[in-house]
Design a protein around this ligand. Structure first.
Ligand code: PXP
Length: 236
């Protein structure tokens, strides 16, 4: 199982003060030192976390694999063709959402997304579609000739009780099998945490998990003690 580390919220923290720390590129390097198989970032239309500068620097410095999450828009495709990340993951995007809420509607937006998939693939960029674990979207991804799907694990992660979590996990498991049978490669992510990740990591045919918020949150916690010690050493 590979781990892609999403560093968007290092940028969120940096942007709070409009300064230059913490530096997302530095965090990406440390994530790689820690064993990350890839770095993921989402350049949003409103640039609320990752900015164009960050993406350009990540392209120059990431040693493993760079996965750019982006909306299915002409602006983003133009940027992707310039920067050439290893992979683009097409995601839905709404301005008012806190985070990516649902999967891409690969059925309804078939023609539009198909065209973008072709353009990206023609430029040697591996394409993934972030979709809900539903067979219609899996089949649409196959027809579009996407390379990967990323199964949205949010409904599993946010399930109110164990019964619903089991149901949602079952969906993810069967969509991973279906996608694999139909020739797609499969990753998964969203809302995964230290306490709920293992059941997803055990599923067959999922090659990679993309995780952001909980890793950044834990990094802030486990680094706190040392950060305070360092400051005390300076002011004593
Ligand atoms: N995968 C996709 C496509 C996402 O949009 C996100 C959130 O940016 C993630 C994975 C990571 O989700 P989380 O931050 O909840 O781990």
């Amino acid at each position: 199982m590979r781990l892609g580390v999403n560093i968007d919220h290092i940028a969120t923290l940096r942007n709070q003060r409009e300064g230059n720390e913490p530096e997302p590129v530095f965090a990406a390097g440390l994530a790689e030192f820690g064993g990350a198989n890839g770095i993921v970032c989402h350049l949003r239309e409103d640039r609320r976390h990752i900015k164009d500068r960050d993406l350009n620097l990540l392209k120059q410095t990431v040693q493993t694999h760079l996965n750019l999450e982006m909306a299915a828009t002409d602006e983003m495709v133009e940027i992707a063709l310039k920067v050439k990340p290893d992979m683009c993951t097409l995601v839905p995007e709404k301005r008012e959402e806190l985070t990516t809420e649902g999967g891409l509607d690969a059925v309804f937006l078939f023609d539009h997304i198909s065209q973008l998939v072709n353009t990206l693939k023609d430029n040697n960029i591996v394409v993934s579609l972030f979709i809900n674990p539903e067979i219609g979207h899996v089949k649409a991804a196959v027809r579009m000739k996407a390379d990967f799907i990323e199964l949205h694990t949010g409904a599993y992660a946010d399930a109110e009780d164990e019964k619903n979590a089991d149901l949602e996990l079952g969906n993810i498991a069967s969509m991973a099998i279906a996608a694999h049978k139909l020739g797609l490669r499969v990753s998964a992510g969203h809302g995964l945490k230290y306490y709920n990740v293992r059941r997803v990591a055990k599923l067959e045919f999922i090659e990679e998990l993309n995780i952001g918020h909980s890793i950044v949150a834990r990094a802030a916690m486990i680094g706190m003690e040392q950060a305070v010690r360092d400051m005390i050493a300076l002011i004593k």
